[in-house]
Design a protein around this ligand. Structure first.
Ligand SMILES: [Mg+2]
Length: 240
């Protein structure tokens, strides 16, 4: 079972540090992890998502899978280390250009750089976007992606949540015809995972798509439905 964090296990919040998972969701994930391997695949730093979820027995893939570790599993996949200096220089440049804009939150991560603009006033949005795009043009070793009220710079290499999921399946010895991987996620970056799993797995998109196309076969409305789904899945698998 592969789970995204923000918007899937925890409701989207105005600031990333406010996106907290409920105790009952934590219990549902813990219960499921007693029955099958569970990995959390997030855009956040791995150590941060580990702390937020707080269950030792899970596998954690942070920074969209650039940084993977599993408690109890001998996993270590750090693909993005050489891009750290490019990310640091882009962060400095953005601080200089838009650090003074109210509500903008420039968040350096281990293998990415996020620019949150959910709290930026409407009249300043264009200035933020221009600064972000100009910075992207000057740092060609980074690629720019967009999520929900966030721009994100990531190393320009062929690595994303989909690659991470396939890598994990192999690393865990689960790349087998008798294993059905499930992936739950809400955002554009999760589409890479839905696509990577294709027909061999089950993709479940969470939340309102607002008309965007998806590669997922199924959908759940929100985190409450995710929790119920995980609980029912754990209950079914304990019967089997
Ligand atoms: Mg998400």
């Amino acid at each position: 079972m592969f789970l995204d964090y923000d918007g899937t296990l925890a409701p989207i919040a105005p600031r990333p540090e406010l996106a907290v998972m409920s105790d009952s969701m934590r219990e549902a994930v813990r219960e499921l992890s007693r029955r099958c391997p569970v990995a959390v695949v997030s855009g956040r730093d791995r150590t941060e998502v580990e702390r937020l979820v707080g269950i030792d027995s899970l596998v954690y893939a942070g920074s969209h899978g650039f940084d993977i570790s599993g408690h109890g599993f001998p996993l270590e996949a750090e693909a993005g280390g050489k891009f750290r200096s490019a990310l640091e220089s882009a962060a400095l440049e953005l601080e200089g250009r838009i650090g003074d804009v109210a509500g903008v939150l420039i968040e350096p991560k281990r293998y990415a750089l996020a620019v949150h603009y959910r709290l930026v006033p409407q009249g300043e949005l264009q200035r933020v976007e221009e600064a972000v795009r100009e910075t992207a043009r000057r740092h060609t070793e980074l690629q720019l992606s967009e999520g929900k009220a966030v721009y994100e710079f990531r190393p320009r290499i062929e690595w994303h949540k989909g690659k991470a999921v396939l890598w994990l399946l192999r690393a865990l010895g689960l790349d087998r015809p008798d294993v059905v991987p499930l992936y739950l996620g809400d955002d554009l970056t999760d589409e890479d995972a839905f696509e990577a799993l294709g027909d061999r797995g089950i993709g479940i998109v969470v939340g309102d798509l607002r008309g965007r196309p998806t590669r997922a076969q199924y959908s759940l409305a929100d985190c409450h439905e995710v929790e119920r789904f995980l609980r029912e899945l754990a209950a079914v698998s304990s019967v089997a």
